[in-house]
Design a protein around this ligand. Structure first.
Ligand code: GDP
Length: 172
């Protein structure tokens, strides 16, 4: 079964993204506590594909060794997932992507894995700020033009259709 991985900083809104897409309140757990997602969680969406929630990063200050360990784990995960079709990198539309977001993006590109960027919490910024924030995110990540970019809100459901369309294209 094809897989779509979800990556993003702790607390960025990964679970809310999943829940909104599948219209459930509780299938994917949500929490405002950072660092809860420590293990891989598989969410069976339907017979078409699985979401794979990879551990959130950017949680507290981590040492070089811990960072290396995280890198190793990610390496193992991403280099051996034969079913992995794409990774949705979730960022907060309000903020400039962090170094870790950029590292994650580069990492996925390094493995030549398709990436879609989901800029969530769209409801938290003014409409007049949207384009500016989108540009900032694209520039900071040095994003490839062909990568899908989806402004999204788990609150209003904006971007939901676009997210589904993109996911279905990846798993087709
Ligand atoms: P995760 O740790 O990445 O899985 O993050 P969660 O999905 O648990 O979300 C973290 C916090 O952000 C929760 O309090 C959510 O209610 C909130 N949140 C997530 N997405 C959105 C969104 O699109 N809009 C708003 N306003 N809040 C959101």
């Amino acid at each position: 079964i094809p897989e779509i991985a979800l990556a993003g900083r702790s607390n960025v809104g990964k679970s809310s993204f999943i829940n909104k897409l599948i219209q459930r309140k509780n299938l994917a757990r949500t929490s405002s506590r950072p660092g809860k997602t420590q293990t891989l969680n598989f969410y069976i969406i339907n017979d078409q594909f699985h979401f794979v929630d990879v551990p959130g990063y950017g949680y507290a200050k981590v040492s070089k060794t811990e960072r290396a360990k995280w890198g190793e784990m990610m390496d193992e995960y991403f280099s051996e997932r034969e079913q992995l079709r794409a990774t949705a990198l979730i960022v907060d539309i309000r903020h400039e992507p962090t170094d870790e977001d950029c590292m994650m993006y580069d990492f996925l590109k390094h493995y030549e894995l398709p990436v879609m960027i989901v800029a969530t919490k769209l409801d938290k910024i003014k409409k007049s700020q949207q384009q500016k924030q989108i540009r900032l995110i694209k520039e900071t990540l040095q994003m490839d033009e062909e990568d899908p970019f989806i402004p999204f809100s788990a609150e209003t459901g904006e971007g939901k259709e676009a997210a589904w369309r993109t996911i279905l294209e990846f798993i087709r």
